[in-house]
Design a protein. Structure first.
Length: 265
């Protein structure tokens, strides 16, 4: 949630379940962002954690209260919203300040380091705080992305950063449509993401897809193209990049490379 700026028409809502985002969306209001995020995977949202980068008002609180939620996180709440949540049992309501927008990870609301506990001690690595923009991307397909597609690709890439690898995220119109997480095979993550979108009644026609690492084979491209995707973003760097790019051109897809991958350790 802290990775999204609280700009006009960029109110963000993130729904997390078992440490994976199962719904992420942007909207003009907290209610719109929540409604779009909830559509991605209503069943997984049950008993989840819901976070906002804006004040939660009465209309958003009324919608949220219709589902079972474990934790709510936002920079603030209106008195009417708090009254609604007070009436619900076992809901943890947290008020957490937004990043100040400074140059340090702390001012940006992020950790400078990631720490993992292991049997013999701890492992420490630099946190994955790198941000990309459209100028950092390399279009390798014959087809070029539109401005809207580029915006959705960057949105999808941002979400994929927080999805357990192997991560595949279908997005469109500033919202997640299907999320495939934590599979040993990237093509299986692609299939799962498409199946979850279908189960939620969401169309993947002309959607964009983000993969947290390169596609080792063209089979993942075939699956996402057949599901209706029109664009894909991934780091590149596979020995079979040419084969994967050729598959994108064969399907008439836009393919862009970031040249970097999200840290997965």
């Amino acid at each position: 949630m802290k990775s999204f700026d609280a700009a006009p028409n960029a109110v963000a809502c993130v729904i997390v379940k078992h440490a994976n985002p199962c719904g992420v969306a942007l909207g003009a209001t907290a209610l719109e962002a929540y409604s779009k995020a909830f559509q991605t995977d209503p069943s997984s949202a049950f008993g989840g954690i819901i976070a906002f980068n804006t004040i939660v008002d009465k209309t958003a609180a009324e919608a949220i209260s219709k589902q079972f939620v474990e934790v709510l996180i936002a920079p603030d709440y209106t008195a009417e919203a708090l009254a609604i949540f007070t009436a619900k049992a076992n809901v943890r309501v947290l008020k957490i300040a937004l990043p100040t927008g400074g140059s340090t990870p702390w001012e940006q609301g992020r950790n400078a380091q990631d720490i993992k506990r292991v049997g013999s001690g701890i492992l420490i690595q630099t946190a994955d705080n790198h941000e990309i923009s459209s100028t950092d991307l390399k279009v390798v397909s014959k087809k070029q992305p539109t401005a809207q597609q580029m915006a959705d690709l960057l949105f999808a890439w941002r979400v994929a950063k927080y999805v357990k690898s192997n991560a595949i995220v279908f997005c469109g119109n500033g919202m997640t449509l299907g999320v495939g997480a934590g599979q040993m095979s990237r093509v299986d993550s692609t299939r799962i993401a498409a199946i979850k979108a279908q189960n939620a009644g969401l169309s993947l026609k002309d959607s964009v897809v983000a993969s947290d690492a390169f596609f080792p084979f063209r089979d993942g491209i075939d699956v996402l193209a057949n599901a209706g995707a029109s664009c894909v973003i991934h780091p590149g760097g596979s020995m079979r990049d040419e084969e994967v790019i050729a598959a994108a051109d064969e399907h008439g897809l836009v393919m862009v490379l970031t040249g970097i991958r999200h840290f997965r350790h």
